[in-house]
Design a protein around this ligand. Structure first.
Ligand SMILES: Cc1cc2nc3c(=O)[nH]c(=O)nc-3n(C[C@H](O)[C@H](O)[C@H](O)COP(=O)(O)OP(=O)(O)OC[C@H]3O[C@@H](n4cnc5c(N)ncnc54)[C@H](O)[C@@H]3O)c2cc1C
Length: 664
């Protein structure tokens, strides 16, 4: 158990100096929790962060009153070690901080398992310690719990030859990973703790002085990792770098390894067999699939964005910008491009302040009979975004993919410094106004408000979205929306892009130039595959720009003749039901338990946007004009706003198109 005293003054936010390692310690959404919420302070337990969380900075605004709680932080070493952070500058925490003898900041105290009193806390580091030193200090102190070894803590002492020989007789695990290392190395112990929540595998460290094992495995360098199987075979861990994050990543992705009973927020599965995906489609993680992109486009345009009875003001502007941006950068096949262009032209002609849903839906229908067919397939098939169960992945995965693709295409197709925020602002507005998950939208808005306007080039926009998506991944890792078959990892993982990773002083770091190169290749039209996509209405169109896209067979049989774009009714429109033309429920939506009990499967998405979401969020940007909803975030736009003043500026000068000085 560790307790952090975090510096700061009452009423202030932040207080952790820029260089402090604590900034890197608690990287993910820190909940505002009062000491009273913690119950008995001695029971405060939370964990050291693990691999996935490094190296995100704490949001300044989230430091104030920060406590890591079980529900807010994915923690990798739990339940062996749990970490709590308390803002001792807050008056509310005065008593507990005084009880714990916190007089200076930052203070880190370690409480061994079974500690009983505040005085049992051991001060373990100095303020200038690095993240790595903090981790090592925790391990060192854990190991001192000799008499009363915490039951939840895995063995950390070096393995002997005898233990390794009899391991599979004594344990049910499928794998045993051995990290051979020098006695002063922490890699083996860190990997052991990193893998604590994973089932079917045990990790032990073996010292270089353990001659019998060193000889048996032919170990010549330290550290190095070996994997033993129940059948007695073994192999060296094939990692790019002999380092903690590489070992951990490799082990977590082994067949049969799943995050187990320590999964955070674990809720008993309420999904039955029918929730399981019956015909999993084979997808390659290194590819993009047009079926995912078109499914997400269909859902976002025709279902999510068209949910309100009418669009007006900022919402209508956001929708127009979304479509205009898709026209510019979405590398669709010809019939989809035509569809988007037609819709965009139609929207540009719509000058009424209000756009009724019925009218919009009509305008969004396909036209297969036109000389240039205008078709966006109406069915939903997830390939790369398919989850292991129906409530996992799907649409949110598709939406991320679309926007990554758009940032990359915008960078490839326009001058780097021009309109750097074009795509990101479009996404921000889309998410704010339409994304069904209110909690997600709020989190995304908080990230955007903090740093999006610092993006100065189209290439930086690519990186901004990538790094913030990873921040979301870190926050959600181990949570109940994570598909166990697709654990949330920092992306791209080492096997997709070995050059993207490095370790600096024991801490994982990104090689950003390599990441940009990777993202440009991954999110390129050449990497989009047509597997399971609906065949083109005019097959010859395959020879157009998307020709490289075509690979395998047709999209799943849907038993559908002509387009059916009417709102499905009754049973047929329940999302997620087999045969439903609507997509299954996005995994991020928490169902109202009452609906669930009654067998009702309808998403409570509808209520989100209309009732809570829009009213709670701030206007689209600092420069948004009420009722117009255009964003004025570019310097030119800010200037315009100054010159013309607020609403007038937006209306007269800049509130008419997405690609010029106005960001949406
Ligand atoms: C804007 C937004 C905010 C969200 N906020 C929340 C939230 O607050 N709470 C919540 O429960 N869910 C949230 N979600 C949903 C969540 O992020 C996932 O989309 C969902 O859980 C499905 O996860 P997935 O495993 O399919 O991978 P996703 O995270 O959806 O990623 C999709 C694909 O993108 C690629 N990818 C992964 N990481 C990156 C990266 N860093 N850069 C580029 N490509 C990457 C991978 O190929 C991956 O398969 C949000 C989604 C969006 C679009």
């Amino acid at each position: 158990i560790s307790l952090l005293g975090i510096p700061g003054r009452v009423g202030e936010r932040g207080g952790i100096s820029a260089g402090s390692p604590f900034r890197r310690w608690c990287p993910v959404m820190l909940a505002d929790v009062r000491v009273s919420d913690l119950g008995v302070p001695m029971m405060v337990t939370t964990c050291v962060l693990g691999l996935n969380q490094l190296p995100f900075a704490i949001a300044e605004s989230q430091v104030h009153l920060a406590v890591l709680t079980s529900s807010s932080v994915p923690t990798e070493w739990r339940p062996a070690v749990i970490l709590a952070a308390i803002d001792c500058a807050d008056e509310e925490n005065q008593q507990v901080c005084s009880d714990f003898g916190i007089t200076g900041f930052p203070t880190m105290k370690f409480f061994r398992a079974f500690s009983k009193k505040p005085e049992d806390g051991i001060r373990i580091t100095n303020p200038s310690a690095t993240v790595e030193e903090l981790r090592h200090a925790i391990i060192t102190n854990l190991e001192k719990s000799q008499d009363a070894w915490p039951p939840a803590c895995p063995p950390l002492e070096p393995a002997s030859a005898e233990e390794v020989r009899t391991f599979f007789q004594r344990n049910k695990d499928q794998y045993l990973a051995l990290i051979f290392e020098k006695s002063n190395s922490f890699v083996g112990r860190e990997v052991t703790l990193d893998m604590l929540q994973y089932e079917n595998i045990a990790v032990r460290r073996v010292l270089s002085s353990e001659e019998e094992l060193v000889e048996k495995f032919g170990v010549t360098s330290f550290p190095s990792g070996y994997l033993l199987l129940r059948n007695g075979s073994f192999s060296r861990l094939p990692v790019h770098v002999e380092a903690r994050s590489f070992y951990t990543y490799y082990l977590r992705t082994l067949t049969g390894i799943t995050r187990g009973s320590y999964k955070l927020n674990a809720t008993a599965s309420t999904f039955n067999e029918t929730d399981r995906v019956s015909h999993p489609l084979r997808a390659d993680r290194s590819k993009l699939y047009m079926a995912d992109l078109e499914s997400a486009l269909h859902y976002s345009l025709r279902v999510e964005a068209a949910r309100a009875s009418s669009l007006s003001g900022a919402q209508l502007a956001a929708f127009k910008c979304y479509v205009a941006t898709l026209v510019k950068y979405f590398p669709g096949r010809p019939c989809v491009q035509t569809y988007l262009q037609t819709l965009d032209a139609w929207l540009k002609n719509w000058t009424e302040p209000e756009l009724p849903r019925t009218v919009l839906k009509e305008a969004m229908k396909n036209n297969r009979d036109a000389s240039h067919p205008s078709v966006l397939p109406t069915n939903v098939t997830w390939v790369g975004c398919q989850g292991s169960e129906r409530h996992f992945r799907g649409y949110p995965c598709g939406l991320w993919t679309i926007f990554h693709l758009l940032t990359v295409q915008a960078a490839q197709n326009g001058p780097d410094k021009e309109l750097p925020l074009e795509v990101l602002s479009t996404m921000r507005c889309y998410v704010r106004h339409f994304f069904g998950c209110q909690e997600c939208a709020e989190h995304f808005e908080a990230m955007a408000a903090k740093s999006m306007d610092k993006v100065a080039s189209r290439e930086e926009a690519i990186l901004w979205l990538w790094s913030h998506h990873n921040e979301v991944n870190a926050r959600l890792a181990g949570g109940d929306t994570e598909d166990p078959k697709f654990p949330k990892l920092q992306w791209p993982p080492p096997d997709l892009c070995p050059q993207c990773h490095k370790e600096e002083r024991g801490v994982h770091a990104w090689e950003e130039p390599a990441v940009v190169t990777f993202l440009k290749a991954h999110f390129s039209p050449a990497n989009i595959y047509m597997d399971f996509a609906e065949p083109d209405p005019i097959p010859v169109a395959r020879e157009g720009p998307g020709a490289r896209l075509g690979t395998e067979g047709p999209r799943e049989e849907r038993g559908r003749g002509e387009e059916e774009e009417k709102e499905p009714e009754g049973e047929a429109r329940i999302p997620g039901r087999p045969g439903s033309p609507e997509p299954r429920r996005p995994s991020i939506v928490r169902l109202n338990p009452k609906l669930r009990e009654g067998g009702e499967d309808i998403v409570d998405l509808d209520s989100f946007s209309e009732q809570h979401f829009k009213s709670q969020l701030p206007p689209c940007t600092a420069g948004t004009s009420p009722g117009l909803g255009w964003l004025l975030v570019s310097p030119q736009a800010r200037e315009a706003e100054e010159v013309f003043g607020g609403q007038e500026a937006a209306g007269k000068k800049v509130g008419t198109s997405c690609g010029a000085s106005v960001q949406c």
